[in-house]
Design a protein around this ligand. Structure first.
Ligand code: GTP
Ligand code: MG
Length: 372
């Protein structure tokens, strides 16, 4: 922040400059009347006199935020792995499909066999390409998690159990994918089961405007079984085709920017945020801001508890080192310095307060008019 003259500061508070100087002396700062003091000290002083401080030259803060969304140079862009969200009705086999693809056993260890959070996993395909999968819960209670899952991905896989058919959260998931504007592939799961009826699934989805390629539409349906492994290779192939068309690119050379998928307070490790990198690269030691939370990246941990020095585009990772637990769904980005981080947080808090009091004012005005 720019320095401000003591006389100017005193003027704005309608007090004598000498009083400001006296206060500064008390705070251990030897200054003269004609000197300038920095913004942070000014804020302290203003608050000492019982006023509310607001940084006026917020331009610097705005600049940071604007730089963060500025365009990348064509030459810096490099291909990035696709991010694929897996959605569908509860128990239709989303986690099982991902387990089969990763040769892991997450589904078996879940409480009550129900996914209650968003999982993010990197899968390395045989050809060496990487795909990032986002697992979402199918239980009806988790609408916001599904919406969040859909909004940060490149492609959606809609899982429908062939024996159960289209159910309420199938439709909900479909609508999230549509709202997010992401292309969708339908995985008709549990093909190994007696009573599996993939045609019924196709018919039911056609009633919701999703028409299979085989029926003259443009949605790919892949019959699969998480249990036998049937169709999983084909599913990956279709995903590869689908994402190739998108030509996904990002700029790994810029400062990291991502979305907090999830956050929690870990007893031993403190605040933990699961971050999906959208652009740039996060590095150990970076100072980050998310909402009004700041911190320095102490560790970058992958889903197998392995530590890394950096995390580039499309990579999901656990971030340790935040001062407190941020709200999930928020944007996180790297800044130049801790001071910049503090400036941004103060700016945001000021704005919040402003909007809060605006809303309050409006509310009381409304009340006033209502009572007239
Ligand atoms: P939520 O996350 O709670 O919405 O469930 P989910 O969609 O992740 O389903 P999950 O993978 O937990 O599987 C639910 C049940 O279906 C489990 O008992 C699985 O073993 C079973 N299941 C999943 N895929 C298949 C399959 O291909 N065939 C058969 N027979 N059972 C399957
Ligand atoms: Mg699950």
């Amino acid at each position: 922040t720019d320095p401000i003259l003591i006389s100017e500061l005193a003027n704005r508070m309608a007090i004598k400059s000498a009083e400001v100087v006296k206060k500064l002396f008390e705070m251990g700062m030897m200054v003269t009347l004609n000197e300038g003091i920095d913004g942070e000290t000014a804020v302290l002083i203003v608050e000492e006199f019982g006023h509310k401080a607001k940084i006026i030259n917020a331009a610097a803060v705005e600049d940071v935020l604007i730089e963060d969304i500025s365009d990348d140079d064509e030459g810096d862009l490099q291909p990035r792995p696709p991010v694929v969200v897996v959605m569908g009705h509860v128990d239709h086999g989303k986690t099982s499909i991902l387990d089969a693809l990763r040769k892991a056993h997450v589904a078996a260890g879940e409480a009550g066999g129900i996914t209650q959070h968003i999982g993010a996993y990197m899968v390395k395909l045989e050809g060496g390409e990487r795909v990032v999968f986002i697992d979402t819960p199918g239980h009806e209670a988790f609408t916001s998690l599904r919406a969040r899952g859909a909004s940060m991905t490149d492609v959606a896989v809609l899982v429908v159990a062939a024996d159960d058919g289209v159910m309420p959260q199938t439709i909900e998931a479909l609508n999230h994918a549509r709202a997010a504007g992401v292309p969708m592939i339908v995985a008709v799961n549990k093909m190994d089961k007696v009573g599996a009826d993939p045609e019924k699934v196709m018919r039911q989805l056609s009633e919701h405007g999703v028409l299979a390629e085989d029926w003259g539409g443009d949605t790919i349906f892949v019959p699969v079984s998480a249990h036998t492994g049937q169709g999983l290779d084909e599913l990956l192939e279709m995903l590869a085709l689908q994402t190739e068309i998108l030509e996904l690119k990002a700029n790994p050379t810029r400062r990291g920017k991502g979305i907090v998928i999830e956050s929690r307070l870990d007893r031993g490790r403190g605040p933990v945020a699961t971050v999906l990198v959208q652009n740039g690269t996060f590095k150990q030691g970076d100072t980050v801001v998310v909402g009004s939370v700041t911190g320095r990246i102490r560790a970058i941990v992958d889903e197998n508890a392995k530590q890394h020095r950096t995390a580039g585009p499309s990579i999901p990772f656990e971030l340790l080192g935040l001062d407190s637990v941020p709200e999930a769904g928020q944007e996180i980005f790297t800044v130049e310095s801790e001071k910049q981080a503090r400036d941004i947080v103060r700016y945001r808090k000021d704005k919040e307060r402003e909007q809060g009091s605006e809303a309050q004012k409006r509310a009381s005005l409304d009340e006033l008019f209502a009572n007239m």
